[in-house]
Design a protein. Structure first.
Length: 131
C-alpha cells in the first residue's frame, strides 16, 4: 500500500478557508488575491429576474438581452438621464430603441421602476457601498 506524501510547506501556505468559500459560494470571484463578492448589479440572472418581477413579457426581456442590456449596472447608465433630471425623455427613448417599438404604459412604468432601482444600486456600489 502506498501513501501519498504531502508537502508540509504547501499545507501551511494554502488558504483552506478560501477553498471552502469558493466551494460553498461559487458566485464569488478572485480579485487581486482577495475574495470579493460579485456585484449584484453585474449579474445577468439578477437582471432577468428583476425584468420578470416588474412585469416585462419574455419577448421584451429577450429583446433587451439581445441588445446587450444584460445587467443592472448597464441599465443604470443607459442614457444621460438620471433621477434628478427634469425630463425623462432620454430614458424612454433608450427603452424604445432597445425594444424597436413604442413601449406600452405598463412597460414604461416597469422600466422606470427598474431603472431607478438599478441607478440607486449602481451608484451605491460606485461609492463603495456607503449608506
Amino acid at each position: 500500500m502506498s501513501v501519498a506524501c504531502v508537502c508540509p510547506v504547501f499545507l501551511s501556505c494554502f488558504n483552506w478557508g478560501d477553498l471552502f468559500v469558493f466551494a460553498v459560494f461559487p458566485f464569488l470571484k478572485f480579485v487581486e488575491g482577495l475574495i470579493a463578492p460579485m456585484a449584484y448589479t453585474e449579474s445577468q440572472a439578477v437582471f432577468e429576474s428583476r425584468l420578470a418581477a416588474v412585469g416585462f413579457e419574455p419577448d421584451v426581456r429577450e429583446a433587451l438581452i439581445e441588445n446587450r442590456m444584460t445587467n443592472l449596472a448597464t441599465l443604470a447608465f443607459i442614457s444621460e438621464y438620471n433621477p434628478s433630471s427634469a425630463a425623462e425623455k432620454p430614458l424612454l427613448e433608450a427603452l424604445e430603441s432597445l425594444m424597436k417599438r413604442e413601449p406600452t404604459v405598463k412597460e414604461k412604468a416597469g422600466f422606470r421602476r427598474l431603472f431607478h432601482e438599478a441607478y440607486a444600486l449602481a451608484t451605491n456600489e460606485e461609492h463603495g457601498g456607503e449608506r
